[in-house]
Write a protein that binds this ligand. Structure first.
Ligand code: CA
Length: 234
């Protein structure tokens, strides 16, 4: 991959809720070029169902939408999750910006925007989210993971993990129910380009499962055949 100042960590998901085809297409293509996975929703209803079914890492939200307006979409997204929301608005009036932030948005950008500035805002919000995610106690089913103490519990049973196993589980717990591809796991945990031939991921998944299921508990890390793995209950 060519040297760039920043490469999106592969697979970071951006949901773009934008009804203007030209802007939507520009965002979609530009963000894909930067390495993001992009889903484009042309109105608020499809945006909300996309966010529910395929949780994004960040939402770019137009305020002026047909049907369900952007502020309502923003409030509903915020009520359902802590996903970062960047509002894109043609309205320059201060009250609208304030309303957007009051509705739970993290930041806003006035149209027409500079694409590099948009990328910078997206990166800042994703970094903030990542910091926040790692500061929190993560929970899934009866699993808890504490990033500060590096402790993992399944119910009241302490699970001893190596540093790499811990990072792998933390990644799954930051993206519950999402399918993480082998490429994403490689990129984020081993931090080098996808080798393709190595079975290191399978090996670590096996270690992790053995430790998490040591007392015959149900499997939580599921194989998604031909794609990767997902943290979910069977
Ligand atoms: Ca619009």
């Amino acid at each position: 991959m060519a040297a760039r100042c920043y490469n999106a960590r592969m697979g970071e998901r951006v949901l773009v809720v934008e009804d203007e085809p030209k802007i939507g297409d520009l965002l979609r293509r530009g963000l894909i070029y930067e390495g993001y996975a992009v889903e484009l929703a042309p109105n608020g209803e499809t945006g909300l169902s996309a966010a529910r079914d395929r949780p994004p890492d960040i939402v770019l939200l137009d305020l002026m939408l047909p049907g369900l307006d952007g502020l309502t979409v923003c409030r509903r997204l915020r009520a359902a999750s802590d996903v970062p929301i960047l509002i894109l608005t043609a309205k320059e009036a201060v009250p609208d910006r304030v309303a957007g932030l009051d509705a739970g948005a993290d930041d806003y950008l006035v149209k027409p925007f500079n694409f590099d500035e948009l990328l910078a805002r997206v990166r800042a919000l994703l970094r903030r989210r990542q910091r926040r995610a790692t500061e929190e106690l993560l929970r899934f089913a009866e699993l808890t993971l504490n990033d500060k103490t590096r402790e993992v519990f399944r119910g009241d049973r302490r699970v001893e993990l190596t540093a790499r196993e811990f990072e792998l589980l933390a990644l799954f717990m930051q993206h519950p129910r999402q399918v993480l591809t082998r490429e994403v796991l490689y990129e984020r945990i081993w931090d080098y380009d996808f080798g393709g031939e190595s079975n290191i991921i399978e090996v670590y998944i096996r270690y992790l499962r053995a430790k998490l299921e040591a007392r015959g508990e149900p499997r939580l890390i599921q194989t998604v055949r031909g794609v990767g793995y997902a943290l979910r209950e069977e």
